[in-house]
Design a protein around this ligand. Structure first.
Ligand SMILES: [Zn+2]
Length: 301
């Protein structure tokens, strides 16, 4: 089987060293296996997308020495594909008319997931008449009927994982009431259609993987292998954020930084030889070299 990896930046904030490390490792994982490598622009959240930033991000990846096959896919052009997937999910999808405040009030006290408070299933069993009545007042979101029980999978970096999506998140949103498709759906539809076989991304996305696995199963598509890389922290141990200018690729580049020095720095914090070009790092690369714990960016360039 031909391996296919990918990197999927979101043009809502500048790429920082943590994003660049994810790009480098996902590129190495795919290319070391002789596989292809795809780019996808995750620009679903139109109000937060900064004009011109996607082009800048692609340019920064080229500056680092990364390459990809074919034209990057833009999620903002893919609404029809996402709606087609919702249609294929058929009876697994239902309309939800709850507001955020109603969900918060109805949800039992519980640690909120990345989607907010657990959805308690309020609209799961509305009758046709009830739905028609509510539709006159409010446009519905679409939610997935999530099966009960734990979903287990093996992560290539984080090890064996188990998530009970119904207990922790509940029936999650596929399309918001304003018509915007949810990240969980878009990422599965795009990776399945691009026949991606391996996904390396940041550990902050590990909890969403079980939701995506449910969608792969219901859509009848083979799921990729996942590898969630431990987060890159700032030198002081904080999580890197888009506002950390000192860690942004744009700032490093504008400051006259040599891309080879940036790649060597990323390689060093990733357990690899501090070589200055992605191609030089390919020889002998395996995921086993990558540290399993969060790493800090070094102070020195
Ligand atoms: Zn509802």
């Amino acid at each position: 089987m031909v391996e296919r990896g990918r990197f999927a930046p979101s043009p809502t904030g500048e790429l920082h060293l943590g994003n660049a490390r994810t790009a480098l490792l996902s590129w190495l994982w795919a290319r070391a296996a002789g596989g292809s490598y795809l780019l996808r622009v995750e620009d679903l959240d139109a109000p937060r997308v900064r004009p011109g930033l996607a082009e800048q991000q692609l340019d920064e990846l080229r500056w680092l020495g990364l390459d990809w096959d074919g034209e990057p896919v833009r999620q903002s052009t893919r609404a029809d594909a996402y709606d087609a997937a919702i249609a294929r999910l058929g009876e697994h999808v239902y309309e939800c008319f709850c507001s955020r405040a109603e969900i918060a009030a109805a949800s039992a006290p519980h640690a909120p997931s990345d989607e907010g408070p657990r959805y308690p299933g309020t609209c799961r069993a509305l009758t046709r008449a009830e739905r028609e009545e509510r539709r006159r007042i409010r446009a519905p979101a679409l939610r997935l009927r999530v099966p009960d029980g734990a979903i287990a999978f093996e992560d290539e970096l984080a090890g064996p994982q188990s998530f009970d999506v119904q207990a922790q998140v509940g029936d999650f949103v596929l399309r918001r009431a304003d018509g915007v498709h949810a990240y969980q759906l878009a990422v599965v539809v795009d990776d399945a259609e691009s026949r991606v076989t391996q996904v390396l991304r940041g550990a902050d996305l590990l909890p969403s993987t079980a939701r995506q696995l449910i969608l792969y199963q219901l859509l009848g598509c083979p799921a990729p292998r996942w590898a969630h890389a431990p987060l890159v922290l700032s030198a002081s141990g904080e999580r890197l954020a888009k506002r950390d200018r000192s860690a942004s690729l744009a700032a490093l580049r504008a400051g006259g930084q040599d891309p080879a020095a940036v790649v060597a720095r990323l390689a060093r914090i990733s357990g690899l030889q501090p070589l200055g070009s992605p191609r030089e790092l390919l020889a002998g690369f395996t995921l086993a070299m990558v540290p399993r714990a969060p790493v800090r960016v070094s102070e020195e360039p």
